[in-house]
Design a binder for this molecule. Sequence first.
Ligand SMILES: [Zn+2]
Length: 488
Amino acid sequence: MATCKLCNNSGFFLNPDNAGICPSCAKDFYPHAVETQQKFNALLHALDAEPPPAPIVALSFFEQAMRLGEEMVSWEEKGINLFSVKPTETLKKLKRFHQEYIDEHKQIARKQTEAIVSSGEVPASFLRLLSYFVKPRTLYSILSPGWNLAWETMLGEQPKAVLDQFIAKGYLREATPKEKTELNLTVAQLKELLRRNGEKPTGKKEDLLEQVINKVNIETISSLWQYNDVYVCSEKGLLIANKYLDEEQTEKQKAFDESIEQLKRGDLSGASKTFVKFYSRYKYPDPAPVSIGYNISTTPMAESVERSLRAIVGEQASREFEEDAVLMELARELWSPYRSELPKLFGSYDILIKKTRRIDTPENQKAGFYKGLHYTDYVEMINQHKREGQYEKALEDILGCISVIEKEESFIPPWYYKQAAIVYRKLKRKDMAEKYDYKYERIVLSNQEEHERRVEELPEEERNRWYPDGYPENQEVKRLRNKGIIDI
Ligand SMILES: [Zn+2]
């Protein structure tokens, strides 16, 4: 009797393919496997690029590639052989490369830390770590596997060792139960706690917190903490952490002023270098990070920002712009306070954004384009097909749109899913209609929740001004919520 290597189902009529995979698994598995391998190769390629990516980026590439590698190995372990080189071999090589990379960078970092420590100063990268704790924070947020490595490369030292020093010397203290509760519990949890203790929850998070601490048994409260290792700067620690943050702010202001002068003179190249020099110091403070971050990323980054700037002022509106979009956003953020002083610059930026969104590049096809048109351009066509009773045609367009929509990240427009359900019903395919109805309802509710979450995160003043009663529910959301659909 044949058994599928993936789902382990077996049966006489299972018909697994040559790799030992049953048809129902194969449908999703192969596209996923191809995508996994492509992503994996793309990451290796990026790690090998000249000039190499900055350490913090490289470490995240390593991490992602290893995760994909582990997944490919899991297939190999099930006896599914898809790749010419065995994933175990590839992963082994990657891990070795990773180790070499870390060793090399740690050494550079350590040498520079030693030089600074021996001169009697607290290294800036240490202060940067301390400044993370001006508000209560978990040690785990620094010591979790990915970040631990990034910090170690920056500090030239195990972050745990540096934190221990700060604690031993009294710069960091353990958070109070109240501070821990504030960090660990949401407003909803605080309210629930009060209700369960027969209290009436009132006021903002601060008031609720105060009530909880005064009225509820500390053991009950602490049983809800997810993290207990919460620390915060002591008074002494705050002093030097704030001094560091002030200096950083001054540096930033200096970079603003200098680069803006250069921009006014039309010195785009100089402005870009000033910007990147600040940016890399900010990302990689002294000692180690500057040299690592600066040497590795500054030159190509400055060139990239300069390209973006030239694009902003209209000298080079090209496809390259798309690639530089992230840096361009950064550059724009840096110089946006000077928007009124540099109308030409920002005027062309806005026009350029509109222009490049229209260019039909492969990138654009990825971002919401189906068969050469943006999915929003299909609305009228889909309605037309429906009016004419051409349901198959309508369905083809709807599903095409959905396939590109699902690549969108935050808000998925529910309309297309509703249309799919309607059309499937017309075609007497009840199972599919129900499936799309269900998807539609989930999307409506999760969009709503995302809006509500964003409103919650607004600064209090803005929230009170625009959304005194929270993000409003529209009729459809009310209907679904009454129906009892719960978004997971
Ligand atoms: Zn199967």
